[in-house]
Design a protein around this ligand. Structure first.
Ligand code: PMP
Length: 454
């Protein structure tokens, strides 16, 4: 427990407070219910890891706008660049003319992507659009239609990316028919492996199943790309076992299938390296393309595909684009964000913060029956909650209750996992040590109370 005098959380009202309640009532009346909200927080301002709501309550943000805020809320250099840009030029359209910031950002992303080959980048507005672009490039380059994706994946909500996305009930129900030529394979979810198998045996079985699918489901000669999240994001923060990733990459190379790393949630330092796929570089894993968004822009809507120049240049001129992609406001924000991530070594800080968190979360696994698994990479960690450790029955309702109680105590948190039973941590990497300890103290107390049925 830390010294309370340094506490930053301030909860002065019920959450939501009176002003927030009034705005939420207006939201419910004016905004579609399909756009769910995981907390009743109505924000007024935010800086670093702290969010202040319209009633003057201050929260520690452990969700970071779903992984957007590796560099924290409103970083000063990013805000200054946006302000200056706003006065100079708001929009031109990259299909019409050029701004230097667009080019500079592409150069920076080309420089950051691992792999010893020429690279090119295209910018867009959000993650789904970037995934679509990556697949457009893969199909144009290979002349093949099929895409392989995985159980538990999340790649977006456009028709193609929704098709690639798993978790039917929440994301897909009622929205079919879906896109064709998408093949979903099992994912090596080690925690939920068959009880009689070791982790290694299960990984072997998944590797065999991958090869089997290349016979039973689709021939590799028809596959344009395999798209994979190096750490499954919405699916519950499950890192791809190294041998499995190595195998997938090897098969991709053998058969000319493009390997697309979806780094939208894992990217920009969160896992302890700039991109999570770099954890697999020593095993010879080299993606052909990486897709980025979220923490790239510190909150500005920007996304990118960076990849092998020959693959990225496969679509004909005019085949790629959009009105707003690489808007100058978003480009200058991303340039400053990358500079900040590098200058402050936020990937290194993710390793450090991840160490603190992991120790604490693992102590919860020892103390609370409810905690079934603790996993992740760097500071991208999750806790999977179960009502019974043997049957591993997902504790979905309790997870929601924990999140709701944590909100009342001043934490902003979200869930993850196919069963919505994981507490996930997408902390701003600029969170101070004290703030992190404070948030973990609060959450520990909530877990204690809920475990004891209080
Ligand atoms: N891919 C991954 C791995 C994601 O986490 C997300 C968003 N949660 C997306 C794609 C889609 O991004 P967007 O919501 O910006 O379209």
């Amino acid at each position: 427990m830390m010294d309370v005098s340094t506490h930053v959380i301030q909860v002065r009202t019920q959450i939501p407070g009176p002003k927030a309640q009034a705005i939420l009532a207006r939201r419910d009346a004016a905004v579609v219910r399909g756009l769910s909200r995981s907390t009743p927080v109505v924000a007024q301002s935010a800086h670093g890891a702290l969010v202040t709501d319209v009633d003057g309550n201050t929260f520690i943000d452990l969700a970071g706008g779903i992984g957007v805020l590796a560099a924290g809320h409103t970083p000063e250099t990013v805000v200054a660049a946006i302000k200056q840009q706003a006065e100079e030029l708001l929009h031109l359209c990259a299909l019409v003319g050029t701004t230097e910031s667009y080019v500079q950002l592409c150069e920076m992303l080309n420089g950051l992507m691992p792999g010893n080959f020429p690279k090119k980048t295209v910018l867009s507005n959000g993650g789904a659009e970037a995934v679509e672009n990556a697949i457009r490039c893969a199909r144009a380059f290979t002349g093949r239609p099929a895409i392989i994706c995985f159980e538990g994946a999340y790649h977006g909500r456009t028709l193609l990316t929704m098709t690639l996305t798993s978790k039917y009930d929440l994301f897909k129900k009622g929205f079919g028919p879906f896109a064709s030529d998408v093949y979903r394979l099992g994912f090596p979810y080690l925690y939920r492996r068959p009880a009689q198998m070791t982790e290694d045996e299960f990984t072997d079985w998944c590797i065999t199943s991958f090869d089997y699918a290349l016979v039973s489901q689709v021939d590799p000669s028809a596959v344009a790309a395999v798209i994979i999240e190096p750490v499954l994001g919405e699916g519950g923060f499950i890192p791809v076992p190294p041998r499995y990733m190595q195998h997938v990459a090897k098969r991709c190379k053998e058969h000319g299938m493009m390997l697309i790393a979806d780094e939208i949630q894992t990217g920009f330092g969160r896992t302890g390296k700039m991109f999570a796929i770099e954890h697999y570089t020593d095993l010879g894993v080299e993606p052909d393309m990486i897709v980025t968004a979220k923490s790239l822009g510190a909150g500005m809507p920007i996304s990118a595909v960076t990849g092998r120049a020959d693959v990225m240049d496969a679509p004909n001129p005019g085949g790629i684009g959009g009105t707003y992609g690489g808007n100058p406001l978003t480009c200058v924000a991303a340039i400053e964000t990358i500079k900040l991530l590098t200058a402050q070594d936020l990937p290194g800080r993710a390793v450090y913060l991840g160490g603190i968190m992991r120790e604490r979360l693992e102590s919860w696994r020892d103390r609370f029956e409810l905690v079934g698994d603790v996993r992740g990479l760097g500071a991208m960690l999750a806790v999977e909650l179960v009502t019974d450790r043997t049957t591993k029955t997902p504790a979905k309702d309790l997870t929601l209750k924990i999140i709701q109680t944590a909100t009342q105590r001043g934490l902003i948190m979200i869930r993850a996992g196919l069963y919505s039973n994981c507490l996930r941590f997408l902390i701003p990497l600029v969170i101070t040590d004290d703030q992190l300890h404070e948030s973990l103290d609060v959450l520990e107390q909530v877990l204690l109370e809920i475990s004891e049925g209080r």
